[in-house]
Design a protein around this ligand. Structure first.
Ligand code: NAD
Ligand code: DAU
Length: 359
């Protein structure tokens, strides 16, 4: 048995692949374009493992996706490939439309053709699982209830609009063609392998490097934080038992204001890696210009996945953030490779290039 995971060299994808191979013997075909966000160094533990087949490819290359499905005959395709950073989508939305909308469309087309030709039993068992975000629901007022699966889509950034577009395509492929799809909409993740352009890894890195910790606007924007391994467990559970055509919201019941998150990081670092001058990392907090169109609050109501599928996060914010800081402190080489840009040539320096198909 084989699954295809797209975007498996990214933050969530690499955690998913590592956890999957730690739990299963089933082969993973990992399809990733290796954009700036793709890092084979995050997968060093499984490069060379025969159960992990890495293919450098674009999900928007429909003929290549079709050939790959025909060659590997996956029982499921999990789509995690995306452009994922909101600030980059504001600076340059084109890549977000290309990958998140057009790329997902091409991937769906290849999946539909592949699924349509499967023998009946394999056809019934096949799944296309699309990983999406809570940002498609827009922004909440302070007293509004958390996002349920029935909330209206109101995306506010080019990123969230492109993810919303991809969600609608996935839904339509089920409704119109009967493709057996599942969608997850998750809140903010954090944990190992997180690219240091996002708030939590950026602030850990900047704190340790003596740089400012940039807080957009007043820092009172609220996000609902989930440890990445809990998200991966939710994806596995939805793949295993999710009802076809359904969407599942995934979140950690951990709403925190950005400023509180950064203060928590500083407090942990003050304890485990005190500054040499004895002062607090909190002194590096710097308020900067706000993100245009900045969503004020996200919060996920994860009742459905809990009640239907029995999924619950294992980590609280306190346990997850402590593990995350520890991971960054214990993996200075990973951080150095990413921040220096050396990760982009990781495969050449560590392995035979034949481990990367299509490169
Ligand atoms: P990421 O940016 O860290 O990784 C994305 C990966 O996709 C990279 O390895 C990149 O090389 C690859 N990729 C990009 N374009 C591609 C293309 N055209 N073809 C093949 N591969 C391509 O993103 P992430 O944070 O790991 O997010 C993964 C998925 O989860 C995304 O769909 C994102 O929208 C969703 N999501 C993320 C979060 C979060 O907090 N990070 C929360 C909810 C949902
Ligand atoms: O909600 C899920 C989404 O979470 C995912 O779909 C996205 O892929 C993921 O990137 C994340 O989006 P955010 O924009 O919420 O994450 P980011 O880490 O960029 O920012 C978190 C919050 O912190 C947000 O309110 C903006 C703020 N921020 C961010 C950065 C990078 C700052 O105040 N300073 C910063 O330097």
């Amino acid at each position: 048995m084989t699954i295809v995971v797209t975007g498996g060299a990214g933050f969530i994808g690499s955690n998913f692949v590592l956890d999957w191979l730690a739990l299963h013997d089933e082969t993973v075909v990992n399809v990733d374009k290796l954009t700036y966000a793709g890092n084979l160094g995050s997968l060093s533990a499984v490069m060379g493992d025969p159960r992990h087949i890495f293919v450098k490819a674009d999900i928007g290359d429909q003929p290549q996706m079709a050939a790959l499905f025909a060659a590997h005959r996956p029982r499921a395709i999990l789509n995690l490939a995306a452009e994922s950073h909101v600030d980059r989508s504001i600076a340059g939305p084109a890549a977000f439309i290309e990958t998140n909308v057009v790329g997902t469309f091409r991937l769906l087309e290849a999946a539909r053709a592949y699924w349509g030709d499967l023998p009946l039993d394999e056809k019934a068992a096949f799944r296309f699982l699309h990983v999406s975000t809570d940002e498609v629901y827009g922004s909440l007022e302070p007293a509004e209830p958390a996002f349920a699966e029935t909330n209206r889509y109101m995306p506010n950034s080019p990123y969230s609009a492109s993810k919303a577009g991809s969600d609608h395509l996935v839904r339509a492929y089920h409704h119109t063609y009967g493709v057996p799809v599942l969608t997850t909409n998750c809140s903010n993740n954090y944990g190992p392998n997180h690219f240091p352009e996002k708030l939590i890894p950026l602030c850990i890195h900047n704190a340790l490097s003596g740089k400012p910790l940039p807080i957009y606007g007043d820092g009172q924007q609220i996000r609902d934080w989930l440890y990445v391994k809990d998200h991966c467990a939710a994806i596995r559970r939805v793949l295993e038992a999710g009802r076809l055509g359904e969407t599942y919201n995934v979140g950690g019941w951990n709403e925190r204001a950005n400023l509180d998150v950064v203060r928590t990081l500083c407090a942990i670092l003050d304890e485990v890696r005190p500054r040499s001058d004895g002062r607090s990392y909190g002194e590096q907090i710097t308020f900067v210009k706000d993100r245009p169109g900045h969503d004020r609050r996200y919060a996920i109501d994860a009742t459905k996945i809990q009640q239907e599928l029995g999924w619950m996060p294992a980590e609280t914010f306190e346990t997850g953030i402590a593990k995350t800081v520890r991971w960054f402190l214990d993996n200075p080489a990973w951080v150095e490779e990413v921040t220096s840009g050396a990760y982009r040539t990781w495969i050449d320096r560590h392995y035979d290039r034949s481990l990367v198909h299509g490169a």
